[in-house]
Design a protein around this ligand. Structure first.
Ligand code: G3H
Ligand code: 13P
Ligand code: ZN
Length: 308
């Protein structure tokens, strides 16, 4: 119970064919919304902050909030997309139980060297490490591209990478991408590459970034109250189910779905109650929709309810 590293939960998820949602938060409202869903469903959960979220909220505040709210839950606190050794060390030193070093934009050898340095420090403190091989389209390559341009993970390199770094989980590129607009044409994931990676790395925990489904009911609600999200689309839920139940994808990253739902709730109240200046009224509605979306993922996509 409580905060923990990824070891026990990932091996249980692989054995029992479920996945653990990794949800981004940036403040008390988004953190509480995610943890409310985990509590109601008795589900393990990963809560994660990007370096941008840490800059926004402050790492001491994040550490205190998460510690205070997770005592009776199975929770991993993850640093999302750490770019440097210092980013990861800072997170380890402030109670994060898993850190991601994202050196996927560097050369293979440089990625190995930096990941290894993070693994050595994190493991010495009992913290597990996620790394990434392959490049997702979108924010990671700093161009506005669709998933069609992704540089997929090379399965043979994946095996060598894991062996040489000692990393605990690996984020792979098979066609997902960050953000609210993922496919210009038909949605497509490279399950053939995923299977090849698994042949090279049997029973090894794999991670999917950029895995929001962009729920159209929330898109419509946000648009009804003034958001402009034309053409927003995500990874179809049945593809995520395939990746998590038939393959070793045990961590699925979701941020955009929560951003859209929270925004929808806030916009709704600001529009329907223009007289309100009580922040709690509209934040509460944003929170409510985030909890709904997270609960839906846990039950219908990740199959993680009652696994805590
Ligand atoms: O993968 C990126 C996450 O969605 C976090 O985004 O850096 O804007 O907080 P952010
Ligand atoms: P989405 O933009 O698909 O929510 O991806 C989030 C993510 O990968 C965070 O690391
Ligand atoms: Zn990501």
């Amino acid at each position: 119970m409580g905060l923990q590293n990824s070891k026990k939960l990932f091996s249980d998820a692989i054995k029992n064919n479920y996945a653990i949602g990794a949800f981004n938060f940036v403040n008390l409202e988004t953190l509480s919304a995610i943890l409310d869903a985990a509590t109601e469903l008795n589900s393990p959960v990963i809560v994660q902050c990007s370096t941008g979220a840490i800059k926004y909220a402050g790492i001491e505040a994040i550490e205190a909030m998460v510690k205070a709210k997770t005592k009776n839950l199975q929770v991993i606190l993850n640093l999302d997309h750490g770019k440097t050794f210092e980013d990861c060390k800072n997170a380890v030193d402030h109670g994060f139980t898993n850190v991601m070093i994202d050196a996927s934009h560097l050369s293979f050898e440089e990625n190995i060297a930096l990941t290894k340095q993070v693994v050595e420090y994190a493991h010495s403190k009992g913290v597990t490490v996620e790394a990434e091989l392959g490049v997702l389209a979108g924010v990671e390559d700093e161009v506005s591209a669709s998933a069609d341009d992704a540089k997929y993970t090379n399965p043979l390199q994946a095996k060598e990478f894991v062996e040489r770094t000692g990393v605990d989980s690996l984020a792979i590129a098979i066609g997902t991408s960050h953000g609210t607009h993922k496919f210009s044409g038909e949605a497509k994931l490279r399950f053939d590459i995923l299977s090849e990676i698994e042949k090279q790395l049997p029973n090894f925990p794999l991670v999917l970034h950029g895995a929001s489904s962009i729920p159209q009911n929330m898109v419509k609600l946000a648009e009804q109250y003034g958001a402009t999200l034309k053409g927003a689309n995500g990874i179809p839920e049945e593809m995520l189910r395939e990746a998590t139940t038939k393959h070793n994808v045990v961590k699925v990253n979701v941020d955009s779905d929560l951003r859209i739902s929270f925004t929808a709730g806030v916009r709704e109240i600001l529009t329907t109650k223009p007289e309100t200046v009580d922040m709690r009224e509209y934040l509460k509605q944003g929170k409510k929709y985030v909890t709904e979306v997270v609960k839906n993922k846990m039950t219908t996509v990740f199959n993680s309810a009652n696994k805590a």
